[in-house]
Design a protein around this ligand. Structure first.
Ligand code: KE4
Length: 436
């Protein structure tokens, strides 16, 4: 065993990263944090407040990663913290039902009319994994359809041409995933109804569900072409296949009722995560009563979790949704601020003649370094990752923290001020110039 761990001595990101790598694979507890896609040493964050995060050297950054979209009200939101503190003092986990989870579940069902019943879990991975098991149990079919570049967590059969870290490191088909498992996952191109129709017509009798990020954010932000989501709905109805919307990112992000509210397309099952945990571990999946009742203990599909519905995560999620529900016009100001930011960045792209474009919806957006539209996995892959890396570090130098991968989304929170937005626009001018 080496020298005793004396964290006091390590006050630089480099020193902490070196020490972290002694105990944690790659020095991180989730691959995309490692800065592998952009180079350099990850920032070790000491604290966050509002739109800012501070690394161990005390340097502050305007944060647009926002814990990969989990934070919509800004870091350490006072009312959320207050509610969590209240609950903490009464005990953190009982492994037994509590009243708070009923209130919380009812609130989500009210926000998402397609969700008549819901099961709370502890992450988006668990939500998607469990929703697929439920779909397979309900239909008695084994194959699933996903789209290239979409990411639904790291369950074996979903790590097939997956987005996020999969795309970032080009390991969208992870080692350790047995071919026999992956072969039941059919991967199609997003925004291509023809490809879906061709496949589903042939093998629909064997397909349990189609799972889709209705607005993908894990190949960077990609927008559904007109009719795509509605087309999926129609095909699933016609062929008796379940439609699962993975709204782990977009749920309560793009609107209080997610993408399904914005686009008026209702799935059979919805997966949620991130925002509903208010910054604490939380996931959920829900949908039609007749399907959800197939879940243990009311039905034969097993799913469980020690900390599911624990009072701490639920209190953070409940207060977050309360604030969003009470301030519905918050979505307009989030959209306005994000629009202001994106227009300013586009002006700089034009002024400096940079091959870059922005895909944006609500308070999420991605700056793609490419000269052609990005509408699916292949067109996203055309982006110049090296230029994104240069841009990322240029922004970091100006005190702005974008996600450390071209294939992720930026997020604006209600804590981002117009001042933050202006400073960020100026920072992009320098960052674009730096990669000219
Ligand atoms: P988690 O298991 O990470 O809570 O959620 C998995 C998941 C499911 N569905 C969607 C649409 C997701 O975006 C995610 C997780 N997102 C990534 C980043 N885009 C989490 C960041 C990470 O892996 O560290």
């Amino acid at each position: 065993m080496g020298r005793p761990l004396n964290l006091k001595r390590s006050t630089t990101n480099e020193e902490l990263f070196r020490r972290a790598k002694r105990f944690i694979p790659g020095g991180v507890n989730s691959p995309v944090r490692a800065f592998k896609a952009v180079g350099g040493v990850p920032l070790f964050i000491k604290e966050g407040k509002g739109s800012k995060i501070y690394d161990v050297t005390g340097r502050g950054y305007t944060d647009y990663c926002m814990s990969w979209g989990a934070i919509i009200l800004g870091h350490a939101q006072p009312e959320v913290i207050k509610e969590v503190k209240k609950v903490l003092e009464k005990g953190t986990s009982f492994g037994a039902p509590i009243e708070l989870e009923i209130k919380f579940s009812e609130m989500i069902c009210k926000a998402f009319p397609s969700i008549e019943m819901i099961r709370l879990v502890n992450s988006g991975t668990e939500a998607c994994m469990s929703a697929i098991r439920l779909a397979r149990g309900w239909t008695g079919r084994k194959r699933i359809v996903k789209f290239a570049g979409c990411y639904h967590g790291h369950a074996d059969y979903l790590l097939v041409r997956a987005g996020s870290g999969g795309m970032t490191f080009g390991v969208s088909d992870s080692a350790g995933v047995i071919k026999d498992i992956a072969r039941h996952t059919l991967v199609l191109p997003y925004n291509n109804l023809e490809a879906v129709e061709k496949t589903i017509k042939k093998v629909h009798k064997d397909i349990a569900c189609i799972i889709v990020e209705p607005v993908p954010a894990n190949m960077g932000v990609v927008l559904p072409e007109p009719g795509f989501l509605g087309g999926l709905r129609e095909m699933c109805d016609y062929y008796g296949v379940l439609l699962i919307f993975d709204e782990v990112i977009t749920g309560f992000r793009v609107s209080y009722g997610g993408v399904q509210k914005l686009y008026g397309v209702q799935p059979d099952l919805t997966c949620l995560g991130k925002i509903i945990g208010g910054g604490l571990p939380m996931g959920a999946f829900g949908g039609k009563k007749k399907i959800m009742k197939f879940l243990a203990p009311s039905g034969p599909v097993y799913q469980a979790g020690t900390l599911s519905g624990n009072p701490v995560s639920v209190s953070a999620g409940l207060e977050t949704l309360n604030i969003l529900r009470r301030n519905k016009n918050m979505y307009n100001s989030l959209e306005e601020n994000t629009g202001l930011l994106c227009e300013g960045i586009k002006d700089n792209i034009k002024r400096l003649k940079v091959d870059a474009l922005i895909n944006q919806i609500g308070s999420m957006f991605t700056v793609f370094f490419t000269d052609r539209g990005v509408s699916d996995y292949l067109t996203a892959l055309y982006s110049n990752r090296k230029r994104y890396a240069g841009f990322f570090h240029g922004m970091l130098k100006k005190g702005v923290y974008f996600p450390p991968s071209q294939f992720e989304s930026c997020f604006v929170s209600s804590a981002h001020t117009v001042g933050d937005i202006k400073k960020t626009i100026e920072a992009t001018y320098e960052a674009f110039r730096g990669i000219k």
